[in-house]
Design a protein around this ligand. Structure first.
Ligand code: NAD
Ligand code: ZN
Length: 371
C-alpha cells in the first residue's frame, strides 16, 4: 500500500549501511507489501517469526503479502530468549537455503526483540548479507530493539556474544500488534523508554510516568508518541556513533548489571525487568562513587514503579556471582566493570568520559553492603 494512505509518524535514522525510516502508527503494517517490493526486486521474502507470533499474526501478515503477489517463505522457531541461539540461526539459515532464497530477496522479521535479533543476524550473514525489514510486535522491540542495527544470538557464556551490525531497510512499528500482548509484557518495553528518558531527556521520563496507565493499556496515540520519542533518542545516539566506539555506550545504562541478572536467572528474568533493576542498581553505584547526583536512584525507582516494573531482585544478593558473569560480558575486561556514567536524570556521558571504571572487588563490596 502507498505510504501516504496510512496516517503515521516517521523518524529517519542515519546509518553507514544506508539511511532508513521508522514508520510508527496504527495500520503501518499495511505498508509491508510496498516495503518488500522496494527491498526485494524478486518480490520474494522470508518471513521469520516465533511460534507464538506466527499463531497470532504470522498468517495474517503472510496473507497480506501473498495478496500483493509476493512469494513468501515462512519460517518460525520456538519463542523466548532460550532460543536466541546459534542452533536457531543454523536451522533457519538451512531452511532458507533449501528454499533457494536468493540475493534479490529480503528478510522480514515479525516479532519481539528475540526474533528481530535472530532474523537480523540471519539477514547479516545469509549470502553475505541481504536486506531486512523489521516489523516489531512488542513494545520493547518497537521502542528499542528494532532500531540501531545490532543483531545477534546468545552464547552459554553470555548474551549477544555472537552477532553483527546490520541495519534494516525499514522499520514498521504498528501499535495494533500490542493488542494481543498482556499488560505485564507491554510494561517490559517501557523499561527501555525510561532508560531513554534517564540518559537523555528528563522531561520525557516524567511524561512517561504520567501516562503510564494509558501506555500500559496500549492506547494508540500515547504509544505512538512514546515510540517516536524513544526512536528519536536512540537514533540520535546511534547515528553519531553507530559502531559503539564512544557515546552509543550510554544506551547500555542498566544493562551491565541487567545482563548479569538475566544470565544468573538462566534467562528466566525478562530483559525489561532486568534493565529496570539494573538501572536502579547502577545509579546507586554511581551515587556511592559521587559520580551521580544524590537521589537519582530513587527518581529512577519511581519511574520504573509507575509501570509496575521491579526495582530490586534477589540476584543482587549474589554480587560475587554477578561479578563473575559481568567478567564474561564482552564489555568487561581485566577485573574492571565499565558502567555508564550517569550524572543525573536526563544527563549521561556528557563529559569526556562515557563510562566509569569500577573494580570488580569494589563493586562486590558495595553490593554486599546493601544486603
Ligand atoms: N538489538 C537491539 O538493539 C536490542 C535492544 C534491546 C533488546 N534487544 C533484545 O530483545 C530481546 C527482548 O525482546 P522482547 O521482550 O520483545 O522478547 P521476545 O521477542 O522474546 O518477546 C516476548 C514474548 O512475547 C511474545 N510476543 C511477541 N509479540 C507478541 C504479540 N504481539 N502478542 C502476543 N505475544 C507476543 C513472544 O512470542 C515472546 O514469547 C532480548 O533478547 C534483548 O537482548 C535487542
Ligand atoms: Zn535492552
Amino acid at each position: 500500500m502507498e505510504r501516504s494512505l496510512v496516517k503515521h509518524s516517521e523518524v529517519s535514522v542515519r546509518s553507514a549501511f544506508g539511511d532508513y525510516r521508522v514508520c510508527v502508527g496504527a495500520g503501518v503494517r499495511r505498508l509491508l507489501d510496498s516495503a518488500v517490493a522496494e527491498a526485494a526486486p524478486s518480490g520474494r521474502c522470508a518471513l521469520i517469526t516465533d511460534h507464538n507470533v506466527k499463531r497470532l499474526w504470522g498468517r495474517k501478515v503472510q496473507a497480506h503479502l501473498a495478496s500483493a503477489g509476493m512469494d513468501v517463505v515462512a519460517v518460525s522457531f520456538p519463542a523466548g530468549e532460550a532460543h536466541k541461539t546459534r542452533e536457531t540461526w543454523v536451522d533457519l539459515t538451512d531452511s532458507l537455503l533449501e528454499a533457494r532464497l536468493g540475493r534479490d530477496s529480503c528478510i522480514v522479521s515479525l516479532g519481539g526483540g528475540v526474533v528481530g535479533d535472530v532474523a537480523g543476524f540471519i539477514a547479516a550473514t545469509y549470502l553475505r548479507g541481504i536486506p531486512f525489514i523489521q516489523v516489531p510486535t512488542t513494545t520493547l522491540a518497537m521502542i528499542d530493539a528494532s532500531v540501531g542495527g545490532k543483531t545477534g544470538v546468545d552464547h552459554p557464556l553470555g548474551k549477544n556474544l555472537v552477532g553483527a551490525f546490520h541495519a534494516p531497510e525499514m522499520v514498521l512499528a504498528d501499535p495494533g500488534f500490542l493488542a494481543t500482548l498482556g499488560r505485564g509484557a507491554r510494561a517490559e518495553g517501557y523499561a527501555e523508554a525510561v532508560k531513554h528518558g534517564v540518559i537523555v531527556d528528563a522531561d520525557y521520563g516524567q511524561w512517561l510516568a504520567s501516562r503510564a496507565a494509558s501506555l500500559l493499556d496500549g492506547r494508540g496515540d500515547d504509544v505512538e508518541r512514546a515510540v517516536v520519542r524513544s526512536v528519536e533518542i536512540k537514533a540520535g545516539v546511534v547515528s553519531a556513533d553507530e559502531f559503539e566506539a564512544g557515546r552509543r555506550q550510554i544506551l547500555n545504562f542498566g544493562h551491565t548489571v541487567g545482563h548479569a541478572l538475566e544470565a544468573d536467572s538462566g534467562y528466566r528474568l525478562s530483559h525489561g525487568h532486568a534493565v529496570a533493576v539494573g538501572m536502579v542498581a547502577e545509579a546507586r553505584v554511581g551515587e556511592e562513587l559521587s559520580v551521580t547526583a544524590g537521589g537519582t536512584a530513587d527518581r529512577i525507582r519511581r519511574l520504573v514503579r509507575a509501570f509496575g516494573l521491579p526495582d530490586t531482585h534477589d540476584g543482587l544478593k549474589r554480587p560475587q556471582r554477578l561479578a563473575e558473569l559481568m567478567m564474561s560480558d564482552k564489555k568487561t575486561r581485566s577485573g574492571v566493570v565499565h558502567l555508564v556514567r550517569l550524572e543525573e536524570v536526563g544527563r549521561a556521558g556528557s563529559g569526556s568520559e562515557v563510562t566509569i571504571p569500577v573494580a570488580v572487588d569494589e563493586f562486590v563490596t558495595m553490593m554486599e553492603k546493601w544486603r
